[in-house]
Design a protein around this ligand. Structure first.
Ligand code: SAM
Ligand code: SF4
Length: 330
């Protein structure tokens, strides 16, 4: 059985947020004072996360990304990963992390076959790291970065580009891909920061980022990417790694979207820009059978918006975008 939406797009990729909590306060994701974190019983338990993951894998999902908040802030994450990794039908299990607590777990992740890590790093400057994340943990993140390289993980660096904050570092960040075998992905800032105080600027759209990179490296060579890829990928002469640009705000990749999300509040989203379409936590706790849970999932996936603009429109004026990405799971 392959879960498909109303546009005949196969749904193969689940982004699973295991917590809304975080040890950073990235300016584009959360207000400085943090958000109102959920009491623990409001999160899906590991048993519930394992059950819903299995049901979705049985429906054709073959890739799961663990995200948050910061996944490693949740206690016993590795035991949960061990359990997920035993599902042989799950082709790929990966994690997005800020890297602060990650390093000690790397050997075990490797053993579990989790060999691709997305590391969020928006700056190569310790001072700017503190400004962006409002925490002083740059060295820990860099330690994790070097360990990931030493252990030969496939590393993708996620860097959100913000006008006047780190746009002067675009070329320095690209320099990481010149020097190391990593993919440095530049992400357009999206309006998910849990606060009204900052509006994402449109200055650093994907075309502006590309032009800026080409001002240094000359014409970048476009790499072939999978149809469902969110990034346009490029290489340049002499680089050990590659560059990627994610048009997350311009939403150029929605047509081939194969993703659904389960937020840390246990809600399903069929589009990042859309509203919550199914309260998974509630239906699991009401004691529905596996078949009944799967039927409800199929039903909401059959009502999916065509793209992120339509999804945003469907939220309506009463429910504008503004929640923190740490709740949705970036
Ligand atoms: N805490 C982990 C981390 O930072 O890698 C995982 C969760 S974080 C919400 C996942 C990704 O979302 C990160 O790469 C982060 O840069 C990205 N993100 C968060 N807020 C964003 C925003 N407003 N616009 C674009 N990307 C954002
Ligand atoms: Fe935390 Fe990740 Fe959000 Fe930064 S982007 S505040 S590390 S959840």
């Amino acid at each position: 059985m392959q879960l498909k939406d109303n546009f005949n797009r196969s749904i193969k990729y689940l982004r699973l947020s295991v917590t809304d909590r975080c040890n950073l306060r990235c300016f584009y994701c959360m207000p400085e004072e943090g958000i109102r974190f959920l009491p623990k019983d409001q999160l899906l338990s590991y048993e519930e996360l394992i059950r819903i993951s299995k049901l979705l894998v049985d429906m054709g999902v073959d890739k799961i990304r663990i995200t948050g908040g910061e996944p490693f802030v949740r206690k016993d994450l590795v035991y949960f990963l061990e359990s997920l990794a035993t599902n042989e039908r799950l082709r790929k299990l990966s994690i997005t992390t800020n890297g602060i607590l990650t390093k000690p777990f790397l050997p075990r992740l490797k053993e579990l076959g989790i060999d691709q890590i997305n590391l969020s790093l928006d700056t190569v400057s310790e001072k700017n790291f503190k400004k962006i994340t409002r925490r002083d943990d740059f060295k820990k993140v860099m330690d994790t970065f070097y360990q990931l390289l030493a252990d030969e993980f496939k590393v993708k660096i996620n860097a959100v580009i913000m006008e006047g904050i780190n746009d002067h570092e675009i070329l320095d960040l690209a320099g990481l891909a010149a020097k190391y075998p990593v993919s440095v992905r530049f992400i357009e800032e999206m309006p998910f920061n849990g606060s009204d105080s900052h509006r994402a600027s449109l200055k650093w759209g994907h075309t502006a980022i590309l032009n800026h990179l080409q001002s240094k490296y000359g014409k970048l060579r476009k790499l072939s990417s999978q149809a469902n890829s969110t990034s346009e990928n490029y290489s340049f002469d002499g680089a050990l790694g590659s560059l990627g640009i994610i048009a997350a705000f311009s939403r150029t990749f929605c047509g081939t979207c194969d993703r659904i999300r389960i937020t840390s509040t246990g809600e399903m989203r069929t589009c990042l820009y859309g509203h919550n379409v199914l309260n998974i936590k509630q239906i699991l706790r009401e004691g529905h059978s596996d078949a009944s849970v799967q039927k409800r999932i199929s039903d909401v996936v059959q009502k999916r918006a065509g793209d992120g603009f339509e999804a945003e429109k469907l939220r309506g004026k009463l429910n504008p975008i503004g929640e923190s990405m740490s709740v949705i799971g970036g």
